[in-house]
Write a protein that binds this ligand. Sequence first.
Ligand code: GLU
Length: 474
Amino acid sequence: MSVRVRFAPSPTGYLHVGGARTALINWLYARKHGGVFILRVEDTDEARSTPEMTQAILDGLSWLGITWDEGPFFQSERQRIYRDNAAKLLASGHAYRCFCSKEALEGRRNASGKPGEWKYDKACRALSAEDSARRAGAGEPFVVRCAVPLGKLGWNDVVKGPIEFDASEVEDFVLLRSDGTPTYHLSVVSDDVDMAVTHVIRGEDHVSNTPKQVALYRGLGLEPPVFGHLPLILGMDKRKLSKRHGTVSVMTYKDEGILPLALFNFLAQLGANLGEEPVLTMTQIMSRFDFSALKPSASVFDRERLTFINAKVIGETPPCELSILVRPFLDEVLGAPAPAIPEAAVRVMGTRAKDMRELALMLVPFLSEDFVYDEKGVDKARKDPAALAALQALLPKLEAMEDGEWTPAKLEDILRAHAAETGVKAGALIHPCRLFLTGRTESPGIFDVLCAMGKGGTLARLRRGLASVAGPAA
Ligand code: GLU
């Protein structure tokens, strides 16, 4: 039987990291087994679902590289299927009409002494089919409830192992509301049946829904699919991840300069044990992923780890690709469309940037001579006039270099020889050099930076730095 899995978001919010992880794990499973990944938008809550949210979810999935083979299907367009199933269940006695009014239910709930624990008392389950049909025919309002069978309702969860509920714990839940609209359980099961879903992999918050859905499969005379419930994602404080913990929407990570492969790696590893390496290729993720790799207990969302993975992914992304990816960030930083970015600059600075915003900022000095210097770096440089004087004296030596000599190794030789000659430590020369070329006190290897900046660019920036930092102090 070929694998058919689905991701079934409700478009009542953005695609958050929990949803993205569910989607990603289903997608991986489908891809690994040559199966089908279905996208189904559960937009039955009309008041809370919006087309904008649906679009945001599709955008989030696409950005992560999660492509769907079938859909998106919209539950709002499939109501017939749900009503037909309710009719089938009614006809076979696996569902029944309930004429109890809200007020009557409320009264019995309160009279029970334990209103919080009260479950529907199945009063209408005893009605004869004739009575039920007659009352419905006379226009009395009713809901349709599932006649939950006696006994055990269990399944072998591929993530959590065997789970079993006693049917006495499960209420005769509503399938169709009094206005004829289907509830979540009926629509989900009807769709999973109609779409021939083989594996339902979703968040742990659905564990308590599963016995009800198992009851519905039985009522329909069908074998339930394989179920797997993914554990919660927690914040660093071990509480359920929420907006309180900062960003939870996937597209916000994009805006923050996280690359999709980084978030993909992070989320895949959050849900599954895939090995020690922080960054895996898609092929590695695919080959190592299986249900047996899924973590049965909650995982902690460690933002620093995501940053760490992102920096690694940036470092491993080919510069030609990074140049394209960084452009929108650079346009934003510059406030205007950025000029062509030298690939050598992207190659060097990409080894040190933790996100694309930072990379954009790091590239500014390659595109313009007008950038700010780190204040602490300026203070430190001013405290060492001997080093600044030695740097000034280095300029003619740099100027005399042939273009072909402008390599990291040759630059290092010249700077170190000059340091020895002038009695200044190489480090003391490197510090202002770095500040004047990058505006920063930390950067990738300075000789690589000098090389990427080119001879003309380097000399112009060193002169500017010396004039603005050494000048006023002198
Ligand atoms: N629409 C449900 C949700 O967003 C998912 C239902 C399911 O996966 O069965 O939580």
